[in-house]
Design a protein around this ligand. Structure first.
Ligand code: MG
Length: 381
């Protein structure tokens, strides 16, 4: 059994989501957007798929490295790409590594006709969701005030969500960040949804210790469930200080580099009460499962970042919390349910009780809409 090719399919779709110069998503006019699909082609007549991946990287680095290797040797391939391709190592991001690793897991699942969560060791088939809002904006009808967050939160509760996480206002908005506005939004949402709904805050990521402490104390008064990334995550000692000074659990690190090793440092130093991980930041399912087991050994909770199919399969195999799957990013002017036209079924369908059901279809569980992809292909092949 061997890998014979690594392909990248590029296709066009229509989107109403755009990003500002800080990289944050907002609603915009409908426009053409592009998605890629990385395909691990094997000599078994079964392939592995993962959306994402860079065409140049796949063609010039990944393909020459992988052709001839056994697609079931996921650990060997991960170590080879991460450790041994020294010259290219800096170029292969965690996100790119994750795409390759997940395409290999997808292959294994399709080859064995089994969902990845069962290959990993199944634990559960549904997980509670939290609604994760887009960051604040200044758009009419958008998330432009504490009251707008409160109204949106009420509508999310009506949709079945039992937990909501606010992303508040960030630069390039001129007056942002503003700790008082963050707290005002949190207070308005708490008043709107009552005590039964779990609430979390993910605010500006470079506040000072004092600003983070002030916000954190307000969140404690409002009964928030966790406090996420209020300071630069490179500053471990500041997080140790914050966690020591607050009762509310601190969640992190999310955007910090360093894969499982930086998470281990956060566990050892007590910089966070709940560890953050995910396929994209760690480099795939293979390293993420190592973090799951590390957290279990340390008796620490682990919350995953985003509703990626890979994260969902890992959540299905986690015997420790992961209590939630992050569903979003959500905005009052956008329909989240129709945002992945390249899939025949939503990967994170939520029931009226607020649970996401994990796909039990083979591999990553994706029902790829090949007709849509073929009709919208833009790559030359
Ligand atoms: Mg976050």
């Amino acid at each position: 059994m061997r890998i014979i090719d690594v392909e990248t399919i590029v296709f066009r779709y229509r989107s109403r989501v755009g990003t500002d110069i800080a990289g944050h998503a907002h609603p915009v006019e409908e426009h053409d957007a592009y998605q890629t699909l990385t395909v691990i082609v094997t000599d078994e007549g079964v392939d592995g798929y993962c959306f994402g991946g860079d065409r140049e990287m796949n063609e010039h680095v990944i393909k020459p490295a992988l052709v001839g290797m056994n697609p079931l040797d996921r650990e060997r391939i991960w170590q080879y790409l991460y450790r041994d391709l020294q010259g290219s190592r800096g170029l292969i991001s965690s996100g790119q590594l994750a795409v390759i690793d997940m395409a290999l897991w997808d292959f294994a699942g399709r080859y064995l006709n089994m969902p990845v969560c069962k290959l990993l060791g199944g634990y559960r088939e549904k997980v509670k969701a939290y609604a994760s809002t887009m960051v604040g904006d200044e758009i009419e009808g958008g998330l432009n005030s504490p009251e707008a967050y409160a109204d949106f939160a009420e509508s999310l509760v009506k949709q079945g969500y039992k937990a909501i996480k606010l992303h508040t206002w960030f630069p390039p908005i001129e007056w942002a960040p503003d700790p008082e506005m963050d707290v005002a939004a949190c207070r308005a949402v708490r008043e709107a949804v009552g005590e039964e709904i779990a609430l979390m805050l993910d605010c500006y990521h470079c506040y000072s210790r004092e600003e983070a402490l002030r916000i954190g104390r307000e969140l404690e008064r409002l009964g928030f469930y966790w406090f996420e990334e209020p300071m630069d995550e490179h500053n471990v000692s500041a997080y140790v200080w914050l966690a020591d000074n607050l009762e509310i659990p601190i969640l992190g690190p999310e955007t910090l580099e360093g894969k499982i090793w930086s998470r281990l440092d956060w566990m050892l130093t007590g910089a966070a009460d709940i560890i953050r991980g995910g396929v994209k930041s760690l480099g795939g399912i293979t390293p993420l499962m190592k973090l799951v087991h590390l957290c279990e050994a340390f008796g620490v909770r682990l919350e995953l970042h985003g509703a990626h199919p890979g994260n969902l399969q890992v959540l299905g195999a986690m015997g420790i919390p992961g209590e939630y799957v992050e569903r979003g990013l959500l905005h009052p002017m956008l329909d989240y349910e129709s945002r992945t036209p390249w899939l025949r079924e939503k990967i994170d369908p939520m029931d009226s009780e607020g649970y996401v059901h994990i796909s039990q279809k083979p591999g990553l569980g994706m029902e790829i809409d090949w007709k849509f992809i073929e009709e919208n292909r833009v790559d030359a092949d």
